[in-house]
Design a protein around this ligand. Sequence first.
Ligand SMILES: [Fe+2]
Ligand SMILES: [Fe+2]
Length: 137
Amino acid sequence: MLFVWDDRYETGITAIDQDHKGLVNLINDLYEAMQDGSGGALLLPIFSALKHYTENHFTREESYMVECGVPDQANHVSEHRQMVAKLAELEKRHRHGEAAISLQTLTFLRDWLKNHICAVDLAMTAQVQNKNYRKDA
Ligand SMILES: [Fe+2]
Ligand SMILES: [Fe+2]
């Protein structure tokens, strides 16, 4: 397992925590697909699923921020946009055979998600919860 879930990633907003756990599971699925001896045939479909799941998750967070009037949205949205562009580039390069989805790529995705949750998402969800706004209700 490449990415072990830790309680310190919990935001307390159920829908966001479920999304984050789904992302962690997909990164671990990619790691296993890389090692299962099938030549990586499953890597691209799982990677595409990760890309779509990530885009949906970012849309969810961004709609929370707008609805709750969270300050400093621009920096958060900018981090999301950069990751969406990165995932699209990685998918395209892999699809065209220019580059494999490597362990280095997966550790980059894991570390990005850990850092983004701890530094940016937790700050945002604390602001949402300060307004007693619970989307999961
Ligand atoms: Fe985020
Ligand atoms: Fe997030």
